[in-house]
Ligand binder design. Structure first.
Ligand code: NDP
Length: 337
């Protein structure tokens, strides 16, 4: 049983030495538990935050020496729970390892799914995040301009495509020419900007001649600064994440460090409605509604899902570091088994 543990708390971008690959005995399930074999592991930006020592929040920090956490598509190999049979496929949180035991009550069945890895992306947490953040908080109206960054990623690609289905004009911010082409040609966005281009802020202004009505915040940093002057009166800003800051602010250019007064002035003067949200709060009936709508969109090919599949658990640390730098192209998953 291979497992990847947190060896050291990263200083800035995680380094290979911050992770350690270990071998451990395969655990035995107790009454009410099942033994799971990981097929796919989801890699997501929030994991970077859990590597730091953090105070009470929405999830606890990973202990030093603890297995890196994560959502998985797993196969039940032994069951001591009445609801689960051996051979069944489930959505679990088995983390970065081959085998794990789990409480039978914590699992969701994926039997009958054609593409089970979608449970980690297009029909799972990231797409649900886009659905709740955009529709419940952003509330885009037909003809309005929606801007989203990390726009070919797990959350961003869904935000942009759902906004298009709701009749909005969508401007996607991405890293690199290939992602730009994909967002325009495959996802159907109206305009795209490369965040690495030195003329990026000017290009964003040109791409938003009527200003910005909904800015779905995934990244913070230089992108947020370019967005602020373009926000319209009564704009909405669902605050989903700020990945540009997850590795700490120490390496940010000085010009990006303190813009609090500018942010507050914009929120005040433009009457911006800014609302943070954590997707864990929204499971239950809201998740069922999302799944129904998204399944129909996927079946009708009205929404596309691109996965970036990395082969082998041992490559998870490098792939994860790549996610924090924009090396992934689509929802990042590791094929473990
Ligand atoms: P993605 O698949 O979009 O991957 C991350 C992307 O972020 C990279 O590919 C890169 O895209 C972009 N990026 C990386 N560094 C920077 C930077 N310095 N500045 C601008 N962009 C950068 O990840 P997810 O879709 O899974 O997550 C997107 C956001 O949503 C994250 O902030 C995450 O924390 C948040 N989130 C929040 C949830 C909640 O409950 N609130 C739930 C799930 C996700 P590119 O190179 O194309 O710019």
């Amino acid at each position: 049983n291979r497992r990847i543990v947190l060896a050291a708390r990263p200083q800035g971008l995680p380094q290979p030495g911050d992770f350690r690959l270990e071998h451990a005995p395969i655990p035995e399930p107790q009454e009410g538990q099942v033994l799971l074999h990981t097929e796919y592991l989801s890699l997501d930006p929030y994991m970077r935050n859990l590597m730091d020592e953090i105070g009470p929040g929405y999830a606890p920090s990973v202990e030093l020496g603890g297995v890196m956490p994560g959502g998985t598509v797993s196969r039940v190999v032994k069951s001591r729970h009445p609801d689960w049979r051996e051979g069944g496929l489930v959505l679990a949180g088995a983390g970065w390892q081959d085998y794990a035991v789990a409480d039978g009550a914590s699992l969701m069945s994926l039997d009958g799914m054609d593409r089970p890895s979608l449970a980690l992306g297009g029909l799972g947490m990231p797409a649900f995040t886009a659905h709740v953040g955009l529709l419940d908080i952003g509330q885009p109206q037909p003809g309005e301009t929606v801007v989203v960054a990390a726009a070919t990623g797990a959350v961003g690609a869904m935000v942009g495509q759902i906004a298009k289905l709701k009749g909005a004009r969508v401007v996607g911010i991405v890293g690199g020419a290939d992602k730009r082409r994909y967002a325009l040609e495959e996802l159907g966005f109206d305009a795209t900007i490369d965040r690495h281009d030195p003329g990026f802020a000017r290009q964003l202004a040109e791409a938003c001649p009527d200003g910005i009505d909904v800015y779905f915040e995934n990244v913070g940093g230089a992108v947020l600064l370019a967005v602020l002057p373009l926000l319209n009166l009564n704009a909405r800003m669902p605050v989903c994440g700020f990945i540009a800051h997850y590795n700490g602010g120490a390496d940010l250019p000085v010009a990006e460090q303190d813009h609090l007064p500018q942010l507050l002035a914009t929120v005040l003067q433009k009457r911006v409605r800014m609302q943070g949200f954590i997707i864990l709060d929204h499971y239950g009936p809201r998740f069922d509604a999302f799944q129904r709508e998204m399944s129909a969109w996927l079946a009708a090919d009205r929404i596309k899902v691109r996965e970036d599949v990395v082969q082998g658990l041992e490559h998870a640390p490098d792939a994860f570091t790549g996610l924090l730098q924009g090396r992934n192209f689509g929802k990042l998953v590791v094929k473990v088994a």
